[in-house]
Write a protein that binds this ligand. Structure first.
Ligand code: SF4
Ligand code: SF4
Length: 298
């Protein structure tokens, strides 16, 4: 293998940014994560409490891991009460397909390359690694923030067997922390964002309308209806001065028009078969039709 730095043509694959981090065991944030779990603030997301050894050590997840390659994929604005990342094909598939294309190129160039792609589907802390790769920082609203590209990105990672030093380093950032303006805390309509970095998922409209399959508590169902959220919530994102519109990957937009055209009555009368037919490739299926209806009870 050449000693020259490896360049990845990430823009050709639709990604806005790329960086590589050493795949080291994570020590720093584990106590805070375990306190979050101990207080039950992860709600029904029981998977967060599993595989902690893998979550905090990429070499346990992928034997021989040397680096975590991080990529940012852009998505657009919310519409029809649905978060911006859910306006098209399921983001797990969108981003993973593009990561596989990157892996194909790397394998073609370096026969020894081995890597596995992950998109919010395995015990790996994508936001942590994106920070370590030099792409941005974590805001007080817990979003990953790129000073250049804002908050509307999905982080895809490839855990691979090539040392991080072999990849071109990321340029220095224009900022390394959010600025603590407090706008996200003031904007949260449910009290889920209790203090800087302190999220109680059990009161978060995003968690409740996407991940949880229980009916929303009555007080929060009325908040969701008043604020117009059926799947997700972007209030703490929109309030952030780092938020900026991005040109989304086309696959992120494939259902936008039909979601915008759906009235409350349309959602109520939609049959399961029709929902499956129309939204077969969409992340909306994560919540399911019943939950999409129940999320928004006036
Ligand atoms: S997503 Fe909505 S409910 Fe959740 S913390 Fe942000 S503003 Fe609050
Ligand atoms: S709204 Fe303000 S405090 Fe919250 S993440 Fe953005 S910059 Fe930080």
């Amino acid at each position: 293998m050449s000693t020259n730095l490896i360049k990845i043509n990430y823009r050709a694959h639709g990604f806005l940014d790329f960086g590589a981090a050493r795949a080291e065991k994570i020590e720093t944030i584990r106590p805070r994560f375990e306190a979050f779990l101990a207080e039950g603030r992860h709600g029904e997301m029981g998977y967060l409490a599993r595989n902690l050894e893998k979550r905090f050590d990429p070499a346990q997840l992928v034997p021989g891991a040397e680096s975590v390659l991080c990529f940012l994929a852009p998505y657009g604005q919310a519409g029809g009460g649905v978060a911006g990342f859910a306006q098209g094909v399921d983001y797990h598939k969108i981003v993973k397909d593009r990561l596989f294309a990157v892996i194909g190129e790397l394998k073609a160039a370096f026969s020894a390359f081995e890597g596995r792609p992950f998109v919010d589907s395995a015990p790996i802390l994508e936001r942590y690694w994106a920070v370590r790769a030099g792409l941005g920082f974590i805001g007080q609203n817990n979003f990953f923030i790129s000073p250049e590209f804002g908050l509307r990105t999905i982080i895809g990672v490839i855990v691979c067997n090539i040392p991080a030093e072999r990849f071109a380093p990321h340029a220095p950032l224009a900022a390394t922390e959010c600025g603590a303006c407090g706008a996200c805390l003031r904007a949260c309509p449910s009290g889920a964002l209790r203090a800087p970095f302190d999220l109680d998922a059990r009161r978060c409209l995003s968690y409740l309308t996407i991940e949880s399959h229980a009916p929303l508590p009555a007080d929060l169902a009325s908040v969701a209806a008043r604020r117009g959220w059926r799947f997700g919530c972007e209030e703490c994102m929109r309030a952030c001065p780092w938020d900026k519109p991005l040109t989304p990957l086309p696959e992120f937009e494939t259902h936008r028009a039909e979601i915008a055209a759906m009235s409350d009555a349309d959602w109520s009368s939609l049959s399961e078969d029709e929902f499956e037919r129309r939204f077969a490739d969409s992340g909306l299926r994560r919540a399911g039709l019943d939950q999409l209806r129940n999320n928004y009870s006036k």
